[in-house]
Structures are given as structure tokens and as C-alpha cells.
Design a binder for this molecule. Structure first.
Ligand code: 5RP
Length: 226
């Protein structure tokens, strides 16, 4: 990612900070775009705003604490606002996530949030998602069988770092190439029926708002979740 991309990620993150209100419970995503959000949030906290952050990864928990943000890794209630990045997003709010391997906790936090705001630079905004590939978190046990069952749905899959990439949940990641995805809802449902699949990096019907950093400024889209 070049300098320009980082600037665009930062601009999107700064726009999302405007959604933060005193007393909010915040879902905190994972990745380099969210890092800008956390840095900005830390400034708001230093200025006296009170928030609690529910992190989507051990790395975000660590960084959040380092930045002075109150972190709760086992929050029981509903989250007010989840701010997260994505690897790809389309205008219907379909997302590909998991490039950083945090997709399972990211989906849990998004599902338990009243509002989900996705922050990206413009390179992530696509007419149709799928070009990035689809990360899928699977159990190590019988993982070759799980891979075979996923491939029967039309993908070519490789184990991330030959199976040595271990998620925060102790699982492994399969990076799957389905080409451009025609029906994200149907694909997610088919994948979730396969035993051994812990979670799928396709997020459908979870995103309410997209903030895109572009060289011409910020673009915002509101999505009606299905
Ligand atoms: C991690 C994710 C990230 O949100 C995604 O990979 C985007 O990361 P970045 O902001 O570093 O480009 O899904 O699992």
C-alpha cells in the first residue's frame, strides 16, 4: 500500500470518528485502516470522552489498551457502533473480510452491533466482490476434507502460510478463489453448511454505512441491511 492509499484510509477513519458519541460501546475492527481510527479515538479519550471498545482481535485489544482505550474482550450487551475495515465492499454492502485473519471475531462483533460502519480506501470498492479471494476460517481437524468439500462448490483453495497461520481462535485459514461472486448470500449459506467451517469471510446484510476515502474527498453510502 503506497502513501496515497494510507492517506485515504486515514481520511476514512477520521470521518468515522465523527460518529462516535460519549458513552458509546464501540466494536473495534482489525487492520491498518482501523489503526488510524484507534489512534483518533485515543485522542478523543484523552479529551474526556468515555467509550468502551469491544475488540475483534488480540492485536486490536493490545493496541487499544496501549492507546488508553477501555477494552472489554467479553462484552455481554449490544454494541452501539462497530467500525471495521474490509478487503472488498460493493454498493449493496456485501463485504469480503479476513485478509488479516480476524474474520470470525469481526463477524461476531458486527452481528452484535446496532450499526456497522465500514471504512476503506477507494481501491476496495468494487462493482462485484470476489477478486480478492475469500478467506475462510476452518478447524485444523480433518482440514483436508473440509478443503475438499469447499472446493466442490467451485473454488481453488490454499492454506494460508501452509497451515501455519493460526487465528486468535486456534484455527487455520483457507484462502479460496471463487472468482467474482454472483450470489454472495447463497455462497455464504452453502459454505456454512460444511462441517469444519468455523466462519466465512463473506459478510452479507451486516453493513449499514460505508465510508470511502478517495483522492476527491470522502464518499459515504448508507445501506439498508436485508
Ligand atoms: C481483517 C480484515 C481487515 O478489515 C481487512 O483485511 C482490511 O485490512 P486493512 O485495513 O489493513 O486494509 O478483514 O481480518
Amino acid at each position: 500500500m503506497g502513501y496515497e492509499g494510507s492517506q485515504l484510509k486515514k481520511a476514512a477513519a477520521e470521518e468515522a470518528l465523527k460518529l462516535v458519541k460519549d458513552g458509546m460501546i464501540l466494536g473495534l475492527g482489525t487492520g491498518s485502516t482501523v489503526k488510524f481510527f484507534l489512534e483518533g479515538l485515543s485522542g478523543l479519550v484523552r479529551n474526556g470522552i468515555k467509550v468502551k471498545g469491544v475488540p475483534t482481535s488480540k492485536e486490536t485489544a493490545r493496541l487499544g489498551r496501549e492507546l488508553g482505550i477501555d477494552i472489554d474482550e467479553n462484552y455481554a450487551g449490544e454494541i452501539d457502533l462497530d467500525v471495521d475495515g474490509a478487503d472488498e465492499v460493493d454498493s449493496n454492502g456485501h463485504l469480503i473480510k479476513g485478509g488479516g485473519g480476524a474474520l470470525l471475531r469481526e463477524k461476531l462483533v458486527a452481528f452484535n452491533s446496532k450499526e456497522v460502519c465500514i471504512i476503506v480506501d477507494q481501491s476496495k470498492f468494487k462493482d462485484q466482490i470476489g477478486g480478492f479471494g475469500l478467506p475462510i476460517e476452518i478447524f485444523d481437524y480433518l482440514h483436508s476434507s473440509t478443503q475438499r468439500n469447499i472446493e466442490k462448490l467451485g473454488a481453488r483453495c490454499t492454506l494460508r502460510k501452509q497451515g501455519e497461520f493460526i487465528t486468535d481462535n486456534g484455527n487455520i485459514i483457507l484462502d479460496c478463489d471463487f472468482g467474482l461472486i454472483q450470489n454472495p448470500e447463497e455462497l455464504e449459506m452453502s459454505l456454512k453448511k460444511i462441517p469444519g467451517v468455523a466462519e466465512v469471510g463473506l459478510f452479507n446484510g451486516l453493513c449499514h454505512k460505508i465510508i470511502i476515502g478517495t483522492p476527491d474527498g470522502i464518499k459515504k453510502m448508507d445501506i439498508e441491511p436485508a
